[in-house]
Design a protein around this ligand. Structure first.
Ligand SMILES: *Cc1c(COP(=O)(O)O)cnc(C)c1O
Length: 745
């Protein structure tokens, strides 16, 4: 990359008479020309990341930062009378749902930054994750036509490299779109677009189509096979050509990472190619696969563990179905020879009751299987994959997730980054461990940090006012829960806590209460009714609280619409307290928690996922921990009866009663359903996520934080402690662990 040449090119761009869209295209094109001029020789060994989701967000600022021209480009265009912030209107590339897709994006960023050859494969969805609106407090979904206004100047279509993918009933062209990922090395994210016929195009039309119908399931299988097979054919055929069909050295040159089970068809396709196209024996093909594949598990929620009906696989992918059956028998023989019991074999089986367990295929074939936080990996070993762990202990390891400090600190919090520059020089930018040199007891540091936090809160308030039309209380503490809406994440528990505070404030019971603003952002999956009911409930609570003159100078609730990466970049730096309150054992890691820590929000949460490691790193003192621990849950459940619990806790009864007593409108009966799910024995596990059980302790923690917030210096110190001890949660650290412990790069 020739930086001077790029600067000259940027200077030469004439802004007069051009629309924002035209300028966006022109500036992006100038950067792309430089990025693509970079010639790097193909490395001897590459890692390939297979993910059905990439939640990239906006590429513009990120790429200009990576190219080292962001500040100068801002100046150049400011002189021409054009503010580069105008591109904050550019649509996010939201080709992912949440944490898993965002992790993939952070890892690509970090691998390029660290100079590791990591190439991503995925799907170029025409419509990303839906855009969320609220109508009378209810979620309404609109198609996210992300390419319409701004196009996609950061990718290059590779027409000549398209690959034909055959299903029993159709042939589809997989056309690659290559997005360079710029850093010390220039890597590529290759997203395939399905073309050929209107039927074919449907495969890459939507992210996660509803999969509760047969139609939807077939489409999902097609999506998974489509991109994994396209990627695998490209890799295997390129290799086959280069090494004249000799695959003995394949594992020395290629290593695969499966981001959850969504790309496990890549295993079957690999075996198919080696046995059918290259005529190797099945045993040989499996042995090569075992040295090449690795799998990251992201969840232990049973509903998220993919098991496909073999009849569906057979109908559209007969050859792949054959391969999976052979693999089933192959594994079974290996286990029999190894002395596994029939029960153990059944547990680990590739096929069970006519269904193929994608997780079992992944664990059997993979050389390494990793969880995404210490506690999650422990649970994998002790529960979900305990039988595998007994027979293959050496496969299992932990790699705690991370987030990229470029997007989640340097770009979203330039003020904090400049404070670090001023205090430490630039070294921290390549090694966040340097941040520990910032003394958290030093008064100067504390007042500078507090001033930056105040600015970020003002910016957030201005942004929310412009987007949502709600004016946030200026001198309040900002307490945030932003993440996908899920029962295990317990937004409902926060809703109850707010109602509790509301009633207490009305009753005059909290005389010294520091004003508090609760900020929510969350999308519910379109078919997830209960999650949608919780959104409506929180919006109704917001109306109640914000409209009540008795309390609305001290308590405020806002649920922002369409929470996405770009919204996160505004919300996170402007937050005082990060709510991470999942039921212990359910949040595999979380990455939102890390972004908040990096921006100096304290965590108020449970000992779940990476929260545990965050609290460790920040020194315990800096955060607010409450609630049942993983080791206690089983025991609690033995005797827990939510009705009895609430009967003994009348203040909780008052808030849960609002679900049924007409406080809020409930024509469709959705709130009543939420109520039944908490209390009725007809649900096999009422209050399965211990929302009510943990609520008293949650309130206690909120009130302690509320009181301590009055001591500005103390709170700033807690926040700065978090920010300066967040190095471990950089995805640069995480990607180095993958590179060293799994990929051997
Ligand atoms: C980081 C991120 C997530 C993941 O948040 P968690 O709190 O870890 O669930 C989800 N969505 C967006 C837009 C994110 O940036």
């Amino acid at each position: 990359m020739n930086r001077d040449k790029l600067i000259e090119a940027l200077k030469a761009i004439d802004v007069a008479g051009k629309t924002k869209e035209e300028l966006y295209a022109e500036i992006s094109a100038a950067c792309m020309e430089e990025i693509l001029s970079e010639r790097q020789k193909a490395p001897a060994r590459c890692a390939y990341y297979f993910s059905v989701e990439y939640l990239m967000g906006r590429m513009f600022y990120n790429n200009l930062l990576a190219l080292g021209v962001l500040d100068e480009a801002r100046e150049i265009f400011a002189k021409k009378g054009f503010d580069l912030n105008a591109f904050e209107d550019v649509e996010d590339a939201a080709l992912g749902n949440g944490g898993l897709g965002r992790l993939a994006a952070c890892y690509l960023d970090s691998a390029a930054n660290e100079g590791y050859p990591l190439y991503g494969f995925g799907i170029r969805y025409k419509y990303g994750l839906f855009r969320q609106k609220f109508v009378n407090g209810e979620q309404v979904e609109e198609a996210d036509d992300w390419l319409r206004t701004w196009g996609d100047p950061w990718s290059v279509r590779k027409e000549s490299e398209k690959i034909e993918i055959n299903f029993a009933d159709m042939t589809v062209s997989a056309v690659p779109y290559d997005m360079p990922i710029y850093g010390k090395s220039v890597n590529t994210l290759r997203l395939f677009q399905a073309e050929g016929s209107p039927e074919a195009e449907k495969i890459s039309e939507y992210l996660y189509p509803a999969d509760d119908t047969e139609e939807g399931k077939l489409l999902r299988i097609r999506q998974e096979y489509f991109f994994s097979a396209a990627a695998m054919r490209q890799i295997v055929r390129d290799y086959g050509k280069k090494y004249s069909g000799n695959f003995g050295g394949f594992p020395e040159h290629c290593v695969f990472q499966l981001n959850d089970t969504h790309a496990v068809f890549a295993v079957a396709e690999f075996l198919r190619l080696l046995t059918k196209e290259y005529r190797f024996t099945f045993t040989y093909a499996v042995e090569i696969a075992k040295k090449t594949f690795n799998y990251t598990n992201h969840t232990i929620l049973p509903e998220a563990l993919e098991c496909w009906d073999m009849r569906l696989v057979e109908r559209i992918l007969p050859e792949i179905a054959q391969i999976l059956k052979r693999l089933h028998l192959y594994a079974k023989r290996e286990w029999e020879a190894g002395g596994c019991s029939p029960a153990e074999i059944a547990e680990m089986s590739v096929m069970r009751r006519g269904r193929v367990s994608m997780a079992n295929v992944a664990v059997f074939v993979s050389g390494k299987v990793n969880g995404v936080a210490e506690i999650h990996t422990k649970i994998l070993k002790a529960q979900l994959f305990s039988t595998f762990y007994k027979h293959y202990p050496y496969k299992f390891l932990n790699v705690t997730n991370g987030v990229t400090p470029r997007r989640w600190l340097m770009l979203c919090n330039e003020e904090l980054a400049r404070f670090y520059d001023k205090s430490l020089g630039l070294k921290w930018r390549s090694d966040l461990n340097e941040l520990r040199e910032i003394h958290c007891t030093n008064e100067n540091n504390l007042s500078e940090f507090a001033a930056i936090k105040a600015i970020k809160k003002q910016q957030l308030a201005a942004y929310i006012e412009s987007k949502e039309g709600v004016k946030l209380l200026p001198n309040a503490m900002y307490v945030t829960q932003v993440k996908r809406l899920h029962e295990y994440k317990r937004q409902l528990m926060t809703a109850f806590a707010i109602l509790h505070l509301y009633f207490d404030l009305k009753d005059g019971k909290l005389p010294d209460f520091t004003p508090m603003v609760f900020i929510f952002g969350a999308k519910a999956a379109s078919g997830y009714k209960r999650a949608k009911a919780i959104i409506k409930f929180i919006n109704d609570i917001a109306d109640l609280v914000n409209g009540d003159e008795d309390v609305n100078a001290r308590l405020q609730v806002v649920f922002v619409r369409n929470y996405d990466v770009s919204y996160a970049e505004k919300i996170i730096p402007g937050t005082d307290v990060s709510l991470q309150v999942s039921t212990a054992g359910f949040e595999a890691s979380g990455t939102g928690n890390m972004k908040f820590m990096m921006n100096g929000a304290v965590t108020l949460g449970t000992l779940d996922g990476a929260n545990i490691e965050i609290v460790d790193a920040a020194g315990g003192w800096g955060n607010y921990i409450f609630g049942a621990k993983v080791t206690e849950i089983e025991k609690i459940k033995e005797s827990y009866d939510p009705s009895e619990f609430v009967a003994q806790n009348l203040k909780i009864k008052r808030v849960t009663d609002t679900l049924t007593d007409g406080t809020f409108g409930d024509e469709g009966g959705e709130l009543k359903e939420v109520y039944r799910c908490l209390f009725e024995q007809t649900y096999n596990s009422p209050d399965h996520y211990l929302v009510l059980y943990d609520l008293p302790k949650y309130l206690e923690a909120l009130l302690i934080a509320n009181r301590e917030y009055q001591d500005k210096e103390l709170f700033a110190r807690k926040q700065l402690m978090n920010a300066t001890h967040s190095a471990y949660f950089s995805s640069d650290r995480a990607i180095r662990e993958y590179a060293e412990k799994i990929w051997d790069l």
